[in-house]
Design a protein around this ligand. Structure first.
Ligand code: ZN
Ligand code: ZN
Length: 361
């Protein structure tokens, strides 16, 4: 019995038609999706083996037998092709069958070997690198996506509040990260959005530190950067905890980061360049004499991926638009001493911003 139906649900309907309009403006006859996240965003299909071919009148999902049932459940409206193996033959055959001329693809997602194989097999059709096509579309979230991000934030925050109850000196950084992940799962998350960064004492000066067997102590600060993935969408937060008193050197740093964080969030509004928000935070940190210790961009978009468009950095050309959800995460890192970063998730609204995360700093 077939469970397939021909009606494309929202939000796929809207996304497919936006993609088709973009293809038309770029003079492309079709688009081949290679990335699992783009595939999910467009079709709702979560299977890890998949390609999607979007033409003006058809959406074809290529997968294999392991995901047959998943495809029928999650994207029954799409035309399904079960490949025998991962070979490019089947993909090429679909492109030739549809008599397509120019087939776009995202170069960042296309392995060179597959590109070489496909190029030969699809002739006379032509594969055309079309970068930044789906990424910018994904950056403005619809109401359903914002709801899922809110839920991922709620779970991460609740787990953090619980952590404040069980955190004890002597626990290792790795234990704290693992238990935090487990508690987010207990609260309904699929898991962590990324391996939590749990950095104690001077290790907090490494922005992407990997937690290890170092035990946490009452005498040192603890930087935690964590997030949940729930309903496929993520949250991304950072807080610093001092079980004892704040060492004076880091106390001043904390105040500066807090000020940069608050001013940058207040500056968020649509129409502004993302680099302008970075400049607000960087200005506060520079004035305090720590600009060389703020070694990364101010923030990034979140959604189905932990890092996606827009980029809030000094060199970013992105412009803030309503529906974007971005992190604001200034930090100051003092090698050999420690570091402070504060990270919150902020929605760009029609008129300004809404801070989605609500843990006190
Ligand atoms: Zn983070
Ligand atoms: Zn982040």
């Amino acid at each position: 019995m077939s469970k397939r139906s021909s009606t494309m649900p929202q939000p796929s309907q809207d996304r497919v038609s936006r993609l088709r309009a973009e293809l038309k403006s770029r003079r492309l006859d079709a688009f081949l999706i290679q990335d699992r996240i783009d595939q999910y965003w467009l079709t709702g299909f979560t299977g890890e083996s998949g390609q999607v071919l979007v033409t003006p009148d058809c959406v074809t999902l290529l997968t294999d037998g392991r995901f047959d049932e998943t495809a029928d459940t999650e994207a029954p409206w799409a035309r399904k092709i079960l490949r025998k193996k991962r070979s490019p033959q089947e993909t090429a055959q679909q492109i030739k069958r549809s008599k397509l001329g120019r087939v776009g693809f995202e170069p960042a997602h296309m392995p060179v070997s597959l590109f070489a194989d496909l190029t030969k097999l699809v002739r006379p059709a032509k594969l055309v690198a079309a970068s930044g096509l789906i990424g910018p579309m994904r950056s403005s979230k619809d109401a359903g996506e914002i709801e899922r991000i809110r839920n991922a934030i709620r779970i991460a925050e609740q787990a953090y509040l619980q952590l404040q109850g069980w955190l004890k000196p002597g626990m290792t950084e790795a234990y704290v990260g693992g238990r935090l992940t487990f508690e987010m799962q207990q609260l309904g998350a699929q898991g962590s959005a990324f391996d939590p960064i749990v950095a104690s004492g001077k290790t907090a000066s490494l922005p992407h530190y990997e937690p290890g067997s170092r035990p946490i102590s009452r005498a040192e600060g603890l930087l935690i950067d964590w997030g949940a993935r729930a309903g496929w969408y993520v949250s991304d937060l950072t807080r610093v905890i001092w079980p004892g008193s704040i060492p004076s050197k880091l106390g001043k740093v904390y105040d500066v980061v807090r000020e940069a964080h608050d001013r940058a969030i207040e500056a968020v509004r649509p129409g502004l360049k993302a680099s302008a928000i970075d400049a607000v935070a960087r200005g506060v940190i520079r004035k305090a004499g720590f600009d060389k210790q703020f070694t990364h961009a101010l923030g990034h978009g979140i959604g189905l991926a932990v890092h996606e468009a827009p980029r809030l950095g000094q060199k970013s050309d992105d412009v803030l638009k309503p529906g974007m959800v971005v992190t604001i995460e200034p930090g100051i890192y003092l090698p050999g001493v420690g570091g402070v970063r504060l990270e919150d998730d902020v929605l760009v609204t029609e008129t300004g911003y809404e801070k989605l995360s609500s843990l006190p700093c």
